[in-house]
Structure formats: C-alpha cells, structure tokens
Design a protein around this ligand. Structure first.
Ligand SMILES: Nc1nc2c(c(=O)[nH]1)N=C([C@H](O)[C@H](O)COP(=O)(O)OP(=O)(O)OP(=O)(O)O)CN2
Ligand SMILES: [Zn+2]
Length: 122
C-alpha cells in the first residue's frame, strides 16, 4: 500500500553541556549549537475534504511552538534533556508532538553547520 509522508522543518539555537563527560572534555563545558528539527507525518489515505494527509500549516505551527520552547535556552533545564544529545532531543520532540500528531512517524534533529544528525523512526 502506498504511503504519503509530509515533512516540515523548524530551527532553533540553544546551549547545552554533558555533565557526565570527564573533567576537561569540551562536551562538559557549556556551549551552543544551531539546530534543525524535521517532523514527518504519514498516512495511507488523504483527508477527503482537503486532499491532504494533514495541513502542513498546522504541522508548521506545532513544530515551531515546540522548537520555540527550546530556542535560546539551556537544553539541560528541560525534563528529558538532562543529557541533551541529538538522540534525546528526538525523543523530546516525539513526546511533545505525538499526542496531537498520532501519524508522526519520524523526527530528525540535526546540527547542519557541523554535519551531524539523528533520525528517530517510530
Ligand atoms: N551520538 C552523539 N554524540 C555526540 C553528541 C550527540 O548529540 N549524539 N553530541 C556531542 C556534543 O554536542 C558536541 O558538542 C558535538 O560537537 P562536535 O561533534 O564535537 O563538533 P564541534 O564542532 O562542536 O567540535 P569540533 O571539535 O570542532 O568537531 C558530542 N557527541
Ligand atoms: Zn554540543
């Protein structure tokens, strides 16, 4: 069965540190990154009234609101981000978005300026 997937991207900038890394590690010191987050929603059928999986504008608003929560802040202060890896950021976005977006099937969090990303497939 063919499956439709729609994707939206948002950006945020945030600081973090990894408290469990050894003394002297650059990861242990507070530092910042520019992040992108992509959320993908899937469906086998289209909404008959609109001809779409879901309104990309609504997905945009939900994703931007979630990213805004983290923007220009300290990631470690958010529950679930005490160890603020890309992997835990993916889990945080899933936990934040999934209740209102049951078709959410994939979240990608990236640091494009240093060519790093993590994808969580649900
Ligand atoms: N699997 C993961 N590994 C690492 C993560 C992560 O989220 N998941 N995160 C980090 C740190 O956030 C680190 O700051 C990442 O930066 P780094 O790859 O070291 O790139 P930098 O530009 O900051 O440093 P350079 O030395 O200039 O490459 C580490 N690992
Ligand atoms: Zn970092």
């Amino acid at each position: 069965m063919p499956v439709f997937e729609i994707t939206k991207q948002a950006t945020f900038d945030a600081a973090h540190h990894f408290p469990n890394e050894p003394e002297g590690s650059i990861y242990r010191r507070v530092h910042g990154h520019s992040f992108t987050v992509e959320a993908t929603v899937r469906s086998e059928v289209l909404d008959a009234e609109h001809g779409w999986v879901a309104d990309l504008g609504a997905l945009d608003r939900a994703l931007k609101a979630a990213a805004e929560t983290l923007d220009h802040g300290m990631l470690n202060e958010h529950p679930g981000l005490e160890l603020p890896s890309l992997e835990n950021l993916c889990l945080w976005f899933v936990k934040t978005l999934k209740p209102e977006w049951p078709g959410l099937c994939r979240v990608q969090v990236a640091r494009p300026t240093i060519n790093e990303r993590c994808v969580l497939s649900l």
